[in-house]
Design a protein around this ligand. Structure first.
Ligand code: PHE
Ligand code: ZN
Length: 849
């Protein structure tokens, strides 16, 4: 027997809850299979609500007892929660439930990870802990007591008191249940103090398992820099006496902003030079900042309902990007952000899972923690800032914090403060929140009598449920260069609002070279025919660092596409341009490293599909390999010099400068390996004294062959370290040659250390393989079947992570009939499973629609 199909929830159906909560008191007696949770909740009728039905969410809870104002009641219980008659005046609800954290493999609610208790409540996990109006617009202060014989007992807010086997916490700031957290375990802290701009003394602790002691310094340092930055840039100070961060090994996402008690996937906390790469350090800094910034954009001001998710996520991603840009290189950060945006969000926007930044309906909210809500949401805020200017933005944000502190808000509230603070009408701009799909901006031009005209046309393709799109407000940052490379027009923002519009520039001596969409000023796809020579010119001369990179990237894309479709040889103009960038010592090494990276196979597949060509994953892979070898040969005279010059003597530092040098050095190493059979890479691997170099050299060996011995050595050296071994698993699946990828991945899944219930390990292998485009899209369909089998298996244990990984299939429709048929069959096989989760059910439905 199957359950009735789960019903979608609609934005338009929002109604407030019938009651307000004045206070929550929770009491936990922690036991692995029989935890008791007692809740005492003070309710009062909500004058703003019309519907007074008393319904509390609750899932997988065993109700032991319930009472209202001290008198026992017998509520009516369904799988989703309970209802009960209640007085028409304020009343106190009390309930005791039993739950089994040790049996909770979904990692949502209260669960156990490596002997410690921890919680994950966003979005709807609190209902697995006790009966409650588990919705973000119900905010209340929480007081929590934990009884447990583990030494460290944590919850939100400030510590009240503690003794042997118990601790009490009080969080004075009203919060929604999704921000509740509890942790109990044998943990050690790395600690410091911070004095806020308001004079508050805050104790800072990063808690890890004793085996990981010593690996929390960078996280703590990042936290301090984040706190300072938010005071300086946004005027936001921290508001409790303690700030705790806990590293957890089994975690579905990156991290979680629970009030005063952030819980992190351990991969975004733990770092030492020997075990973490430059990229890991950068991610730790960024995610620590992200969760900390949520204290104001998320916790103090939260979301009215989950449709407004981007209100906190888009804004907080935007804030953490600003922070990273300030801590590191703004230009490099922007390029990296756009690369991820294109790889993840454009891909999403262009496929069956496309949805607006503010979706209008969902079946399972966990499926909407997406690149669109996060990254496109952040881009929308970047555009808003560009349109109103930094001062207007600052005024709007001040108004937002002043007016909405302590509230659960909507996108309308957010836009309203911008309208009031800047006088700007944002009616049309709001379409960025409601229309899915990536706008295409087509550009043609003409030049006559000193007047240069750009003809601009915008069009957004249809997406599921949205056939017709209206024109959006697109800030197009433009600069003009003269043919000798001088800037004749510095960056100017054109506001494109119509379907067709001209931008006119007068008084020019000669036809300029346009530099369009500088800084990637809007998340759009630019369509413009331009000669390779012009792109090479911009790569050499553009003063906008993003567009300089972009010129090289688009040139590379063109070259690679010609190599795929016409079996052409790589254009010499491109190779010369790359050489010029590689040897330009005025450029940041990190920038040069980025410029030497070729567009990925999926990006090329997408570009081909965009032009109406069915992509052949094997041909793309082969062309990319040929291109790399051609670059290696053409720039051969440079590599040894670069490699020597980019050495980083002295102790390891994770800062942007050294990281950039290591990146460029490893890029050189990678190209050299195509000429020297990997000899230098073997030596680099053997001599590495930090993980960036060690894994960098290993990747080179995996790509060019001859990695077997290094892989064994690596496993012997790091077998005890889960996070390091995730890299070992992941790289092999991602970098396996197309014809071996399925077999290699299958072998990895049979490895005794493939602890697949751990999300990081599962993602490393199955996610790593899905990122191996030519392997995953193997013409036999074996790649699809392998992934489908594992999604089915994981879905029974952890629906949230399984469903998220089904996005491996989101591009299936762009391939040939043979592959399509096999991908579809694999998806249908998942869909047909009995007992499929709501999460996975919704995903495969959308993928197959
Ligand atoms: N809110 C978290 C963040 O963006 C993400 C998250 C969502 C974590 C759901 C866990 C569960 O920082
Ligand atoms: Zn977030």
């Amino acid at each position: 027997m199957t359950d009735a199909a789960p019903q979608p929830v609609f934005l338009k159906d929002y109604t407030p809850f019938g009651f307000l909560v004045d206070q929550v008191e929770l009491n936990f007696h922690l036991q692995p299979t029989a935890t008791r949770v007692r809740a005492k909740i003070a309710f009062r009728p909500n004058p703003a609500a019309r519907d007074r039905r008393f319904f509390l969410h609750g899932e997988d809870l065993t109700l032991i007892s319930a009472a209202i104002d001290g008198s026992p009641v017998t509520p009516e219980i369904t799988p989703e929660g309970l209802s009960c008659p209640v007085p028409e005046a304020p009343f106190v609800w009390e309930a005791e439930v039993e739950i089994a954290p040790a049996e909770n493999t979904a990692l949502e609610g209260l669960y156990m990870s490596n002997g410690m208790y921890c919680t994950q409540c966003e979005a709807e996990g609190f209902r697995k802990i006790t009966f409650y109006p588990d919705r973000p617009d119900v905010m209340a202060p929480f007081r929590v007591r934990v009884d447990c014989d583990l030494p460290v007992l944590l919850s939100n807010g400030n510590p009240v008191a503690q003794g042997a086997g118990w601790a009490e916490w009080n969080d004075p700031w009203p919060k929604p249940s999704y921000l509740f957290a509890l942790v109990a375990g044998e943990l050690v802290a790395t600690s410091d103090r911070f004095t806020t701009s308001e004079g508050r003394e805050v104790a800072l602790n990063v808690w890890v398992r004793p085996a990981d002691q010593g690996k929390a310094d960078y996280a703590l340092d990042s936290l301090i820099r984040s706190m300072k930055w938010d005071e300086e840039v946004y005027g936001r100070a921290y508001d409790l006496d303690v700030f705790n961060i806990v590293a957890v090994d089994d975690f579905n996402m990156g991290a979680m902003e629970n009030k005063g008690l952030n819980v992190f996937n351990s991969r975004y906390v733990l770092a030492s030079p020997e075990t973490a790469t430059d990229r890991d350090y950068e991610n730790i800094e960024r995610i620590i900042a992200h969760e900390y910034f949520h204290n104001w954009t998320g916790d103090r001001i939260t979301c009215r309902d989950w449709f407004q998710l981007s209100l906190k996520e888009g804004l907080t991603v935007f804030r953490d990007s600003q922070f990273s840009a300030d801590m590191r290189s703004a230009a490099v950060k922007r390029i990296e952000d756009v690369m991820t945006l294109r790889a993840r969000q454009f891909r999403e926007d262009n496929g069956p899972l496309a949805h607006p930044v503010r979706p209008e309906s969902y079946t399972e909210i966990n499926n909407f923690y997406t690149a669109t809500v996060y990254e496109k949401g952040a881009e929308v805020i970047g555009m808003l800032r560009r349109l109103v200017g930094p001062e207007g933005y600052a005024r709007a944000l001040d108004l937002y914090f002043a007016r909405h502190d302590g509230q659960a808000c909507t996108i309308e509230d957010w836009l309203q403060v911008f309208e009031e603070a800047t006088g700007r009408d944002l009616t049309q701009f709001k379409r960025w929140y409601s229309q899915a799909g990536t706008p295409r901006v087509k550009v043609t031009e003409d030049f006559r009598d000193g007047t240069y005209t750009l003809h601009l046309e915008q069009k957004t393709p249809p997406t599921p449920g949205q056939d017709e799109k209206q024109p959006q407000v697109i800030p197009l940052a433009v600069g003009l260069l003269s043919s000798n490379g001088d800037e004749v027009l510095p960056t100017t923002v054109i506001e494109l609002t119509e379907a067709r519009q001209d931008a006119v520039f007068e008084g020019l001596a000669a036809k300029p070279v346009p530099s369009l969409l500088r800084g990637f000023s809007a998340p759009v796809i630019l369509e413009r025919d331009s000669a390779p020579e012009e792109r090479a010119f911009l790569l050499a001369h553009d003063t906008d660092p993003f567009n300089k990179w972009e010129a090289g990237r688009s040139l590379a894309r063109e070259v690679l596409i010609a190599m795929v479709t016409e079996e052409a040889a790589p254009a010499p103009a491109w190779l010369d341009a790359l050489a010029a960038v590689a040897r330009d010592e005025a450029l940041d090494p990190a920038f040069r490293a980025l410029a030497l990276r070729l567009p990925g196979e999926d990006e090329l597949a997408e570009a081909l599909a965009e032009r109406g060509t069915v992509p052949d994953p094997l041909a793309i892979h082969a062309a990319r390999e040929r291109a790399k070898t051609a670059v290696a040969r053409h720039l051969d005279p440079l590599w040894a010099g670069l490699y020597a010059q980019m050495d980083c003597p002295g102790p390891y530092s994770p800062g942007a400068a050294d990281a950039g040098r290591r990146a460029l050095r490893l890029a050189a190493l990678g190209y050299m390996a195509r000429l020297d059979g990997g000899a230098r890479a073997q030596a680099h691997f053997a001599a590495a004294d930090n993980m960036t170099d060690e894994i960098g050299a290993l990747s080179v060996l995996l790509e060019t062959g001859g990695a077997d011995e290094a892989l064994d050595r690596f496993a012997r050296r790091w077998g005890h370290d889960r996070l390091v071994m995730d890299k070992w698993f992941g790289l092999q699946a991602t970098l396996a040659a197309p014809e071996r990828a399925v077999a290699v991945t299958r072998a990895l899944t049979e490895h005794p250390e493939f602890t697949w219930k751990n999300p990081n390990r599962f993602r490393a292998v199955i996610g790593g393989f899905s990122a191996n485009a030519a392997g995953f899209h193997d013409a036999s369909g074996a790649g699809y079947d392998l992934v489908a089998d594992w999604l089915i298996r994981l879905d029974a244990v952890n629906p949230q992570t399984a469903a998220r990984m089904s996005t491996a299939f989101e591009t299936w429709a762009r391939y040939d009939a043979g592959r399509r048929e096999k991908a579809q069959a694999a998806l249908e096989r998942i869909a047909a499973r009995e007992g499929l989760s709501r999460d996975m059910g919704e995903m495969v439905d959308r993928l197959l629609a």
